[in-house]
Every structure is written in C-alpha cells, then in structure tokens.
Design a protein around this ligand. Sequence first.
Ligand code: ADP
Ligand code: MG
Length: 257
Amino acid sequence: MSLRLDHLAWSVDGRVILDGVDCTPPRGALTGLLGPNGAGKSTLLRLVVGAQRPDQGHAVLDDVDLLGLPRRDRARRVALVEQEATTTSPLTVREAVLLGRTPHASRWGGFSARDLSVAATALAEAGIGHFAERRLSTLSGGERQRVHLARALAQEPDLLLLDEPTNHLDVHAQLDTLAVVGGLTARGVTVVAALHDLNLAAAACDHLVLLRAGRVVATGSVEEVLRPEVIEPVYGVRCLVLTHPETGRPVLTFTAR
Ligand code: ADP
Ligand code: MG
C-alpha cells in the first residue's frame, strides 16, 4: 500500500498556496518532491505531518487517514525533518534524538530500555554517535541536520518526510544521507523528500512529483519527469538532459533562456 494525497488544499490571506494536490508516492520508495522556490513543497510536507491543517483533502497511509488520527498516534507513523533552523536548545545530541521516542514512550513510565536502544541505533545509523554528548547549539548546520534525521529515525515512522535534507551537506555527507534513506526504503519505509537539486533527484529517487504554484504539473519516474519539455517551463531555464555513462540515469545541465 502507498501514501495517497487526496486533493490537499491550503490558502492563507486569500492566496492559494496548495491548489488540490493529488499524488501517490509508492511504498518503500524514495519520492522526490520538486518545484521552484515557493511552489509549496514545505507547506505540503507540513500538511501531511499534521503541523498545519489543510482547508480540504486527505493524506491516507495504509488505508488510514493520517489527519484524522490523534496527534500521538500520527507521530508513531509519520516523521518530518524540517529545513534547518538555528537553535538555542540546551539539549545534547543524545537527548534530542531520544525525543523522537516520545510518541512511543509510556505516558507515565518515561523512556524504556528499548527506547534508549532505538535512539542509540539511530545515532549510529546517522553517523553521529561520536558527538552524542555535545550540545545542539555547538554543532554546525550539517551536523544539526544529521541530528534531526537521527531523531526521525528514532521515531520509527512508516512514512518519513524530509524537507531539503541535503541542503547544508557536502557531497560526501549528501551521499551518506541518501544511503540512510536507501536503508529505510529497503525496510519498507515510504520516504518523501523535497529536493532542490534536480541531479540529486535524478540519481537517487524512485519516483518524482513536480509542483508549480501549488499544483502537481508532472508525476512519474525520473525519466518521465526530468525531460526538457517538462522542466524548462517550470523553472524558466534551458535544460539539456544527458545520460550518466555508468548508471544510465539522467544528468541535467541548465543555461539561462
Ligand atoms: P517551497 O517549500 O516550495 O519553497 P513553501 O511551501 O515554503 O514553498 O511556500 C509556498 C508559498 O506559500 C510561498 O509563497 C510562501 O511565502 C507562502 N507561505 C507559506 N506559509 C505561509 C504562511 N504561514 N503565511 C503566508 N504565506 C505562506
Ligand atoms: Mg521549502
């Protein structure tokens, strides 16, 4: 079963931000959510995780309407890693990751041995075990981004939403993040990631959804969506699509129109 977004709509101050978004990111796959700045990617992810209420529509995962669930139940199924924000939090990395267990922890007994062990595994998977005792406020942007990913892993969601997860990362760290995502999708987790870098999307995604001004303008495989006739009008650039000699995947180059 897959995730089904069913006519999700949201307006603010009389401005339509999401105009009835329909799409079906497949289960156990990485879906790239693409679109220019302001297309509505972050808003869509916030609606699906329940951080913002849609005016209309549903987000259905395994036949369950996520938006109808109590918050704690929803948080056991869906996690969102938001775009990087600076923090003044006094927490250590380990404490921040353990917070991912909150929706699973007993309401009265606090964190169990299993909660601690899941958090430790998440720290290791995200490659941040070596600075688990550092304070969040002392980390670089890229390091903090990994902490947020680890917290989402600790949450053990069926659906993981990532908002530009590779933004502050060097190429090696980008590939590390994609490898973590690959491990999750192999275990059946459905992942939707808002991505800016179309070449990263071309290399890593199983499925794509392209947004423009709050509407889905294309959806399908990497080869179906990353074509000049689809990309050029949406981004307002000239685009050439080559084929990677080793992977056979598209490689895009851009020039001003
Ligand atoms: P993206 O992530 O694709 O860059 P966003 O979802 O962040 O786009 O934003 C889409 C549009 O909605 C932008 O024009 C943004 O300014 C607007 N927007 C988002 N949230 C709000 C809000 N709370 N109030 C007013 N405008 C908003
Ligand atoms: Mg955004």
